[in-house]
Design a protein around this ligand. Sequence first.
Ligand code: HEC
Ligand code: HEC
Ligand code: HEC
Ligand code: HEC
Length: 493
Amino acid sequence: MSNNPTPGKCQGKPILGWFFFLITVAAVFGLGLLFASIMERRDEAKIRPPMVKIDKFEADNTKWSENWPRQHASYREMDDDTTRTKFGGAGPIDYLADTTANVILFAGYGFSKDYLQARGHTYAVEDITQTGRNNGKLPATCWTCKSPDVPRLMAQFGKKKVANPDDASLQELAVAGAGDFYSKKWNDFKDDITHPIGCLDCHEPDTMKLRVSRPALIEAFKRQGKDVNKVSHQEMRTLVCAQCHVEYYFKGKGKYLTFPWDQGTTPEAMEAYYNDADFKDWTHAISKTPMIKMQHPDYEVYSTGIHAFRGVSCADCHMPYRSEGGAKFSDHHLQSPLLNISNSCAVCHRWSEDETRSRVEDIQTKNAQGRARAERAIAFAHFDIAACMQIGVTDEQINSVRQLVRSAQMNWDYVAANNGMGFHSPQECMRILTKAIEKAQEARIQAARLLATYGYVKEVVYPDYSTKEKAQTLIKTFIAGNAPDLLNGYKVQ
Ligand code: HEC
Ligand code: HEC
Ligand code: HEC
Ligand code: HEC
């Protein structure tokens, strides 16, 4: 017999009742959700025009704070430079004492004298002024990523005329004047540039819309046939950072700030660009190799990772929403997300704070191991080349070995100079490190062969660079021409 009674009068009524009951429950629940969501997003969506009018070139963050006290107060939290995570934080870690191979790798260049971990944005002007790499003779280009005073000065010193200067946008004026600004000296602007990275760098004052204020990114996009102003809102939440957190170089005599992206943003593409341009940042003091310093290709590395692939922006992790007194706003305390896991990661990942931290540290530790192996191989390769020079190998014979070391170190630096110790794109960083190690070891094999042709078959005597002081004293001997004998008294017969 069927359990299924034929639909009839006695069945219809309760079913209908339940139906209405469930509809009502669902409706009430839905309204509740909607209300909660409205409450939550009330302040999120509220980018209303400022109450106090802000000038097109207003670089003083305190002026903006009258309209946006919460964002400004959180921005000022970057004054705390005491934080520390396993590999990051805002404390000024000394990268030369921490990793003494850095002194060897950057021998003959400013980074072997002074190389500290970055602090928060509020220190940008102070840090560029005080770094041991600044001898006062730097080009004005060095100011570009430090201060919202820069676009105004570009506009002021630009000789190129724009159609309607009074109506022209900050972007137009900055692009027109950039070249004249870059060709001046750092010292020319040291009284005009006082405000560290701030509101004007990322926001349009009238509307508070995000926008790119720096010419180099606008121009790099243009050369690739893209328009920096025609990207999605989500992409803009990354591009405001990509104005500064990228690889760049100073092109030509006018020291024109340029991103080497014409062939792409992979290390291969940037290396090809630099090789085609026959560019070098400096000549290595130990191996006389024409070298390239990578700056901080954070955007490029990030772009190859899983988060970029899934549309997660820099701001999602570094500027998460924060709630205060019922208001929700973007946290302007840009820092290591590991100091704020609940807001930065837990929105998307249901892992506990401890799990998240240990997952990140595990990724970073592996990256750090790969990095250290590359560092050692490249440092030794510089000494191997120096040993070849001591034995009498000619430039002609050794130049191809130098090319290998140049490439190895550029690839290593793409990973080393990028912030986050590999987290932004672990697999890509590992791929590049294995390449750096392979090239450095190939250079060492070729150098050993050259030494062998001169009858030297023992190991090169590698000098001690185990402390920052020892390493710095050592590279001075190479610069002064009284370097230690790397061949232990060996003389060609
Ligand atoms: C998925 C989240 C996430 C995204 C997206 C992300 N980051 Fe990070 N970032 C991190 C984590 C995690 C660290 C490691 C922090 C540490 O080691 O303390 C980090 C480190 C950094 C650091 C160094 C901070 C420090 O204290 O050492 C900088 C600078 C940085 N990121 C910039 C960027 C930029 C620029 C972008 C976009 C191009 C970006 N990040 C995208 C999570 C993210
Ligand atoms: C490094 C870039 C950057 C700087 C510098 C910056 N902001 Fe923002 N700001 C952002 C981003 C990214 C958002 C998120 C905007 C979005 O998604 O619509 C934001 C959002 C805002 C909003 C919209 C409401 C909110 O909180 O989401 C206000 C208002 C604001 N910022 C004010 C300021 C003020 C005031 C300063 C200077 C003290 C400042 N910002 C400096 C990047 C920046
Ligand atoms: C105008 C250039 C500029 C822009 C725009 C910019 N940065 Fe920076 N950023 C810097 C400089 C310069 C430093 C190093 C400051 C120092 O050490 O004095 C820095 C440092 C940092 C640090 C290190 C702070 C710490 O506590 O470890 C983080 C994180 C960071 N930036 C993230 C971002 C993110 C995310 C964005 C986009 C939302 C962004 N930055 C936009 C120039 C910029
Ligand atoms: C806006 C959402 C979002 C935020 C915020 C976010 N993630 Fe993710 N994360 C993702 C997505 C999406 C993936 C890819 C997972 C997938 O597709 O299976 C991912 C993947 C990962 C992975 C796996 C990586 C791999 O190689 O497979 C790790 C680890 C991770 N996230 C850590 C973090 C940490 C740490 C933070 C905070 C600093 C963070 N995420 C913030 C969305 C986010």
